[in-house]
Design a protein around this ligand. Structure first.
Ligand SMILES: [Zn+2]
Ligand SMILES: [Zn+2]
Length: 445
């Protein structure tokens, strides 16, 4: 069958099921859940995939699920991803328990992913494709609640903080050739889509200075002041800013979580949390090395101790040009979106664990505009369900058809044109080597 006929069949099927797809988006919006606790959203996803006759692997990383089609076919395998988690913004008017609210629009991702599955399967179009598809609902994209994730790690429920990191570690991408997802975008200047989004990677840091308490008035010389260590460390870190190159987009930021217990006691323990970001892993690691030196220097000067816990947050996002252009052509040729309503490139300051995927295989992460207000704020709201839930499903399904049609011809071209930064094995080694706890003790014995 001709490719355009297949595309039209798929679009018609998604239109026929529009109400169900929108309902999925609304149901998940009304049941927001934080990272690694997305039980209701996972259940909605499982039920929908099962209703399409698929076998579903449940709770693949605490929550989340996966279903595959065309497993018996030769050719390329594409993973279609949707993120499950909400985040906390208690001041949002729709926030539920724990302040949870979908103010990053991940509910639309699941609706779009399932809409895409509905379109391809119910229409029978998938039978005409020469390649495999995994639909994966992924937990825990938002980098929040480090304490809770540490608890899950301590109880051996997860190994890595990010949902996609965890799934790569568990082997879910071992047989996948490329991945796609979309993110709901916020409407600005009447634009309908951003094709290529770039974002920074980051290292997340927990820092503990340990000294010795003493009476601040009676005998401060008997103490070792953890507060002064933190103060020196902050000065050192700020002095580093000149050493970063503009093109590496290095950002360092920190907060003091705990600064002491009583003003008349020399603090024996001060804790900080920090982030080191950059557009590339090399600069990120280099900045982190300098950051850690700054912490050590502070502990050395005062003769105390510093414990540094480093977690690789997410790597920078770099999406595939050929896949991006297929996606863009479908918006223009089949969804009535005009060239001047599309932004080709946007460089954001945030981060996503899709960045990690992008360093090991070709992927796309376009933004489909369906909301207004800034991400992660009380002003964020869905205003165009047709774009956010339905057109997103169509655009993804049409791009899958392009990739897998005719012996996965275009999919194979994508693979040929892609150079991974890491193999999966190298990537996991990178995580392991850089998720480390360093202790530096300069206390006089
Ligand atoms: Zn977000
Ligand atoms: Zn998001």
């Amino acid at each position: 069958m001709d490719i355009n006929t297949l595309k039209k069949m798929c679009i018609d099927e998604i239109d026929k099921n529009k109400d169900e797809i929108i309902k999925i988006g609304r149901d998940i919006y009304n049941n927001p859940e934080l990272s690694y606790r997305e039980f209701k959203a996972t259940k909605i996803t499982i039920d929908t995939l099962k209703s399409l006759g698929l076998d579903v692997e449940e709770n693949i990383a605490v929550t989340g699920c996966k279903a595959s089609i065309n497993e018996d076919k030769e050719g390329v395998k594409v993973a279609v991803l949707g993120e499950l988690d909400a985040l906390a913004c208690p001041e949002h008017k729709d926030a539920k328990e724990e302040g949870a609210i979908h103010c990053c629009g991940h509910n639309a991702q699941i609706a779009g992913m399932l809409g895409c599955a509905i379109g391809l399967i119910k229409s029978g179009v998938f039978k005409h494709l020469d390649g495999k598809i995994d639909f994966i609902a992924v937990p825990a994209e938002e980098g929040i609640e480090l304490e809770y994730r540490k608890y899950l790690q301590d109880n051996k429920m997860i190994t890595y903080v990010g949902g996609k990191q965890e799934l790569i570690h568990k082997g879910y991408f071992d047989d996948v050739d490329m991945a796609m997802m979309f993110h709901l975008g916020s409407i600005k200047d009447n634009k309908k889509c951003i094709i290529k989004g770039k974002s920074n990677g980051f290292i997340e840091k927990g820092i503990t200075f340990i000294g010795k308490s003493a009476h601040s008035g009676g005998g401060p010389h008997l103490g070792i002041n953890a507060g002064t260590m933190a103060n020196l460390a902050i000065n050192n870190i700020n002095a580093l800013r000149d050493t970063f190159k503009d093109e590496d987009k290095v950002r360092v930021h920190y907060i003091i979580n705990h600064g002491g217990d009583a003003v008349n006691v020399v603090p024996n323990k001060v804790t900080m949390e920090a982030m080191v970001r950059s557009s590339n892993a090399e600069a990120m690691l280099d900045a982190n090395k300098k950051f850690n030196r700054s912490l050590q220097a502070a502990a050395l000067a005062i003769g105390g101790k510093v414990i540094i816990e480093d977690f690789i947050g997410y790597l920078s996002l770099e999406t595939d040009d050929m896949m991006n252009s297929l996606f863009k052509d479908n918006l223009i040729n089949f969804l009535g979106i005009k060239e001047d309503e599309i932004v080709d490139l946007n460089i954001g300051g945030g981060s996503t664990d899709m960045g990690d995927i992008s360093q090991i295989m070709p992927c796309i992460h376009p933004y489909i505009m369906g909301a207004t207000g800034d991400f992660h704020t009380k002003d964020y709201k869905m205003v165009d369900e047709e774009m956010g839930y339905v057109n997103s499903a169509k655009a993804m399904a049409l791009t899958l058809i392009d990739l897998l049609y005719d012996n996965s011809k275009k999919g194979k071209q994508v693979i040929e044109g892609y150079k991974p930064t890491y193999t999966i094995k190298e990537y996991l080694k990178f995580l392991e080597e850089n998720n480390v706890v360093h202790t530096h003790d300069y206390t006089e014995k």
